[in-house]
Design a binder for this molecule. Structure first.
Ligand SMILES: O=P(O)(O)OC[C@@H](O)[C@@H](O)c1c[nH]c2ccccc12
Length: 264
């Protein structure tokens, strides 16, 4: 069993408990009356590098990263620093996140918010909408082609945007084939947790320029940002470097400046 299988087993158990409390029909109805999501793709296509800044307390690879007693406050400093979107981990068992964190962040900032979780059931998409998410994450390694297509359709039917996450050439091809508009390359292998910044560079060309390209994970320094920007990243997804930084707003501005150097 890989780490990914293990995480998903926990996600399914927690999901089961929530469905028992609030049935699908109820979340579906609530999603219908939720406010319209923000248009994310246009922002990500901005010629400047988009920094998707993540609220993450811990992870299976790194253990405890930061306490984050006030996720809304952290999100506010991300927005002040120029974050294009804010990613909020809502998985509880391994990442110590929650839908309460998502609610707190949503209530505080006007920038688009990503519900970062392991999406394996349609219930979670309605739930994401009810909690104000503009974006959801679809991990290709965790889905078969039929699920990938139907979740992409559901995401857009709900007015949200999908960040479709890949890690191999085969997954990039599956994402493109399914019609993904925003494709992430995770530099971390979710099955082994190994990180290598070279993954993005190796796959960026395969994605081409029709889809928005997001370099995810393992981006720690301005030099890392310069590298992925030079390899064609439209956006970066950064967690650890920001949650551990004393001044996350300054770190985001520094990353955006580094990207300018990479693009030139
Ligand atoms: O903390 P980092 O190395 O900057 O990584 C952020 C983000 O890419 C990472 O949290 C992530 C990428 N894809 C995921 C899927 C599930 C959980 C977490 C992730």
């Amino acid at each position: 069993m890989t780490v990914l299988d293990d995480i998903i087993a926990g996600v399914r158990e927690d999901l089961h408990a929530r469905t028992a409390r609030v049935p699908l029909a109820d979340v579906r109805r609530a999603a219908e009356s939720a406010p319209e999501p923000l248009d994310v793709v246009a922002r990500l296509r901005d010629p400047r590098l988009a920094v998707i800044s993540e609220v993450k307390r811990s992870s299976p690879s790194k253990g405890h990263l930061a306490d984050i007693s006030d996720p809304a406050e952290l999100a506010a400093s991300y927005a002040a620093g120029g974050a294009a979107a804010i990613s909020v981990l809502t998985e509880q068992r391994r990442f110590n996140g929650s839908l309460d964190d998502l609610d707190a962040v949503r209530a505080r900032v006007d920038v688009p918010v990503l519900r970062k979780d392991f999406m394996v059931d349609e219930y979670q998409f309605f739930e994401a909408r009810v909690h104000g998410a503009d974006l959801v994450l679809l991990i290709v390694a965790a889905l078969d082609d039929a699920q990938l297509r139907s979740f992409l359709t559901l995401t857009s039917d709900l007015g949200m945007t999908a960040l479709v996450e890949t890690h191999t050439a085969e997954e990039v091809d599956r994402a493109l084939e399914a019609g993904a508009e925003v494709i992430g390359v995770n530099n971390r292998n979710l099955k082994t947790l190994d990180v290598g910044l070279a993954t993005f560079g190796a796959l960026a060309g395969r994605i081409g320029s029709d889809a928005v390209k997001v370099a995810e994970s393992g981006i720690l320094t301005a030099a890392d940002v310069e590298l992925v920007a030079s390899q064609g990243a439209d956006a970066i997804l950064v967690g650890e470097a920001l949650v551990r930084h004393g001044d996350p707003a300054a770190a985001i501005s520094e990353f955006m400046a580094a990207a300018e150097r990479g693009i030139r």
